[in-house]
Write a protein that binds this ligand. Sequence first.
Ligand code: FAD
Length: 265
Amino acid sequence: MKVLLVFAHPDARSLNGALRDVAVAELQRLGHEVQISDLYAQGWKSAVDRADFPALAPDERLSPSTASKTAYEAGELTPDVQGEIDRMRWADVLILQFPLWWFTMPAILKGWVDRVYACGFAYGVGEHSDKRWGDRYGEGNLAGKRAMLIVTTGGWETHYGARGVNGPIDDLLFPINHGILFYPGYDVLPPFVVYQAGRLDQAEFEARAEQLRERMRTLATVTPIAYRRQNGGDYLIPSMELRPGLGAAGATGFNLHLGDEKPER
Ligand code: FAD
């Protein structure tokens, strides 16, 4: 398989850097091809602004999604953005790796998503009418590929448990897993989370490293999170609400968008 790992930590000598090296070494040992987008090392520009759309007239209002669609269709995206899109098309598997910062991804990685997820490529795909709301949530240009997160947290596993004060980790990662990965079509694998990352001793590091190697070995076979497909019949169109009768009685929130299959851990 071909694997793209997008890495968002400012120092390669960090725990994240060490885990990245473990993952890449295992993937290569298995014969997979790996490319790394090391966002800090690349000096990734995070903010969407006029510099992204050089063809835009100086006096023209910048509508980011319109400008993105125009540039994508004309083949006029900036070389850094186009290069990342080419890598995403090349890869069978996308891995986003980052330390949890303020309950989400570091800004540089959010900026990668904002700029690389061009209109027409990652969103705004397919028929939009009163009968169909585009190809998204399980369909789209990245359908058939797999994606997963590697995340480290300062907080303990219990802090992110069902009754933990930080909120459940699956809820915190839902906007990334469902909104950023499932949206353009990826099958989303359960995340690999290293909790209490600031206090790992060597033995704990080795244990986490071995668990990560195992996740790399099962990339092609692990069952994806069973998000409901938008166009699979579970949602009303155009309200995009889950049909009455689906989901557990009284359930609300993110879990509604899980089907009956349970992901492996
Ligand atoms: P490092 O600091 O590089 O390493 C951590 C420890 O891992 C080291 O001290 C060492 O013991 C061990 N280690 C590192 N490398 C190795 C190696 N090669 N072999 C063996 N052991 C090693 N946490 C939360 O839970 N929720 C938040 O919302 C949150 N917000 C944050 C916001 C900011 C701005 C910052 C800076 C931190 C935040 N944190 C939060 C904590 C953050 O998630 C952790 O600091 C981070 O996950 C640790 O990863 P790291 O790669 O930076 O670790």
